[in-house]
Design a protein around this ligand. Structure first.
Ligand SMILES: *Cc1c(COP(=O)(O)O)cnc(C)c1O
Length: 376
């Protein structure tokens, strides 16, 4: 029998956690405030101004002049799917560099869109050399090469410039996942020659999950315009979405997640106010403080210094320490969230994020002090 009596549920009541995991980061209070702005219609002239602002600010954050730069409605995975779905036509040869969880996700998606996917792999925590990509493309040409800039599952930062040159020597398009890097460390789409770059809102931008930046360069747009088949994903089809984002007139595609866009707008305004260089320096400085403190506790990092992501650190868990009980105690006793490793790194590392608003000296000191107490 279905329930017919009124049901009384309590209000949502959650503590304000210190989020130092792989995402979400703590939303900036200004973002949360902006998100409580009253709704307007998704084609309201005032909302169109917000959309225009988001696009211009995104071009700044991505360091690009690409016209087709916008947030997709959904989390970082939706932006990943937008990149894959729009670029790939069935039968396309795609090379995916897999050195962690998210590279594998790109490869799985590409297969679902009918690509002939080849992967090259590195152990979790290591990075690819341009020679490896060159050898793979020599052995089997591809139209698209995809790589993850900052592998959140491993803590390894992938240099992009040389690989980008190699990819373009072979006439392929270069797709980069910048979900954990954008807004926290240098991502220069135009200078690096990235053809499609996407990110998320709840990592170094410190907005809430749900509106995810993506940018398509001229070569990518050319490939999309030359498609012989329609994009298999209606919701993420850029040829339709671009009419909402800049068509004359703008036309309805789906109702924009208005509040999420308010939040992203404010997060991008914050990034622009701080300035990218200052923001990158802040992430770096706080990460170095964390790394030094971790070493002083007698622990070590999983990734060597030169390949380490400032916004996401993997710390090796000592053999005699129980992963889960430390993380549980951090959460229940100190209100701090960090995360464990998964797959190859399950039980072997902690993942500590210092992203966006969470990247603050006081958070680093608090975490180090709490860890010290718990490890004693
Ligand atoms: C978090 C993350 C994603 C997925 O983003 P969601 O917002 O969880 O959908 C993709 N790639 C990388 C590198 C990430 O860190």
């Amino acid at each position: 029998m279905p329930q017919t009596e009124p049901i009384i549920y309590p209000e949502i009541k959650v503590p304000s956690r210190i989020l130092l995991g792989p995402g979400p980061s703590m939303a900036d209070p200004r973002v949360l405030k902006a998100m409580s702005t009253p709704l307007v219609g998704h084609l309201d002239p005032e909302f169109v101004k917000v959309m225009d602002g988001i696009q211009e600010l995104l071009r700044y954050v991505f360091q690009t002049e690409n016209a087709l730069t916008l947030p997709v409605s959904g989390t970082g995975t939706a932006a990943m799917e937008a990149a894959v779905a729009n670029l790939i036509e069935p039968g396309d040869a795609v090379l995916v560099c897999v050195n962690g969880y998210f590279g594998r996700r790109i490869a799985e998606m590409a297969e679902r869109y009918g690509a002939q996917v080849e992967i090259i792999t590195r152990p979790w925590g290591e990075i690819f050399s341009a020679e490896e990509v060159d050898a793979a493309l020599k052995a089997r040409p591809a139209q698209i090469v995809a790589i993850v800039h900052a592998e959140t599952s491993t803590g390894a930062l992938q240099p992009l410039d040389e690989i980008s040159r190699v990819v373009h020597q072979y006439g392929a398009l270069f797709v980069v996942d910048a979900v954990t890097s954008l807004g926290g460390l240098p991502v220069r789409v135009d200078e690096t020659g990235i053809d499609v770059c996407y990110s998320g809102a709840q990592k170094c931008l410190s907005a809430t999950p749900g509106a995810s930046p993506i940018t398509f360069g001229p070569r990518a747009v050319e490939k999309i315009d030359a498609r012989k088949t329609v994009v298999a994903n209606w919701y993420l089809d850029m040829s339709l979405l671009k009419n909402y984002w800049g068509g004359q007139p703008r036309t309805y595609h789906h109702t924009a997640p208005i509040s999420a866009y308010y939040g992203l707008y404010e997060a991008l305004r914050l990034a622009a106010e701080e300035g990218l260089e200052n923001r990158w320096a802040r992430h770096r400085k706080n990460a170095e403080m964390l790394w030094q403190g971790i070493e002083e506790l007698g622990l070590s990092m999983h990734v060597p210094l030169e390949n380490r992501i400032p916004s996401l650190t993997t710390v090796r868990i000592p053999k005699d320490v129980d992963d889960l009980s430390i993380r549980k105690a951090l959460l229940s006793e100190y209100n701090i969230e960090i995360s464990g490793g998964f797959a190859e790194l399950a039980g072997r590392v902690w993942r500590i994020g210092l992203m966006g608003y969470s990247s603050r000296a006081e958070n680093v000191l608090l975490l180090l002090a709490a860890l010290k107490k718990l490890l004693e």
